[in-house]
Design a protein around this ligand. Structure first.
Ligand SMILES: Cc1cc2nc3c(=O)[nH]c(=O)nc-3n(C[C@H](O)[C@H](O)[C@H](O)COP(=O)(O)O)c2cc1C
Length: 311
């Protein structure tokens, strides 16, 4: 029997599959389709201090191999999330990771503190990488000093493990990973979306009201795999990998590149059963490629490389 269990700081996962932030809401709609107990974990939509209505429409567009979005962190605010959404999710035996966003370090700290105090989540994911808000997200995700500082201040305030979600929109992802590691991060989530644009031919203007949006889906998978692999060589932090996963084969690639677990984003929008289909197929796929369990597959690529250089 192939074991899908995997351990990360604060998270004992029955399998390494979780829906990515923003692509699963707070789980209510999905809970009508399947039992959320099947998931390794759930990552909720970003929480900010106050409710946010998000950006103007149009704010999503389909592209040849993925989608562009500029939702702008729409959410009901941390208080409503703690009083109405988290109690619903806590009925399942599935760890909940809360995604935290803010415009200032103080806002990140306040939101993280409120979520920690709720006692209803198992880990925090700091979204320092949202490309779709004017102030906050982008700067934190590009500036290693700011990224380390926000990580350190949240870590000082909360008891929960803190995963920092890195942006691919940076010249040096390894430098960002090292910065948040120095700031005390317990783990990394990577990657968020890549900034992109689509032109509307009839108006001859950018299609999204926000002009640019975040590209996600199959188009970004090779970028994500490369970044996970590179960061794995330079940081000891466990990685939750994401970007374009829609099949068990994609998951195995991420594990071999060095991720300890993965998140499935845009695929849930095309196929709400994407996560459970992947979970069902993963044991068979691990066996096909000679792995006894998930733990053995993690970093498999690096281990093979080490074996080659030793021989
Ligand atoms: C519609 C949409 C909303 C998203 N909202 C968030 C969010 O609130 N917080 C966050 O950290 N990432 C958010 N993301 C990014 C995803 O969590 C994920 O990192 C990214 O989409 C790459 O994975 P994928 O290619 O599997 O979608 C969002 C992505 C999409 C498509």
């Amino acid at each position: 029997m192939i074991s899908l269990e995997t351990k990360l700081p604060g998270l004992d996962l029955k399998n390494p599959i979780m829906p990515a932030s923003g692509c699963f809401g707070f789980g209510r709609e999905f809970s009508e389709l399947y039992d959320l107990n099947k998931l390794g974990a759930v990552v909720i939509k970003a929480a900010t201090l106050n409710p946010r209505y998000g950006n103007q429409t149009p704010r999503v567009a389909e592209t040849a191999a993925g989608m562009l979005n500029s939702i702008g962190l729409q959410n009901p605010g941390v208080e409503t999330i703690c009083s109405e959404e988290l109690p619903f999710l806590s009925q399942f035996k599935t760890p909940v990771i809360a995604n935290v966003a803010g415009s200032t370090i103080e806002e990140y700290v306040a939101v993280a503190k409120r979520l920690d105090e709720s006692g209803l989540i198992q880990a925090l994911e700091l979204n320092i990488s949202c490309p779709n808000v004017k102030e906050g997200g982008v700067q934190f995700g590009k500036d290693p000093v700011l990224a380390a500082e926000v990580t350190a201040q949240v870590k000082e305030t909360v008891a929960l493990p803190v995963y920092v979600k890195l942006s691919p929109n940076t010249a040096d992802i390894v430098q960002m990973a090292k910065a948040v590691e120095a700031g005390g991060a317990d783990g990394l989530s990577m990657i968020n979306t890549l900034t992109g644009m689509q032109i509307d031919l009839s108006s001859k203007k950018p299609l999204l009201a926000n002009q640019t949006g975040g590209l996600s889906g199959p188009a970004i998978k090779p970028v994500a795999i490369r970044m996970v692999y590179e960061v794995r060589q330079h940081s000891g932090l466990p990685i939750i990998g994401m970007g374009g996963i829609s099949a068990a084969e994609d998951v195995l690639e991420f594990l071999i590149a060095g991720a300890s677990a993965v998140a499935v984003g845009t695929a849930n929008i095309h196929d709400p059963f994407a996560c459970v289909n992947i979970i069902d197929r993963l044991p068979q796929l691990l066996e096909k490629y000679g792995f006894q369990n998930v733990e053995e597959a993690i970093g498999g690529g690096n281990r093979n490389e080490a074996n080659v250089s030793r021989s």
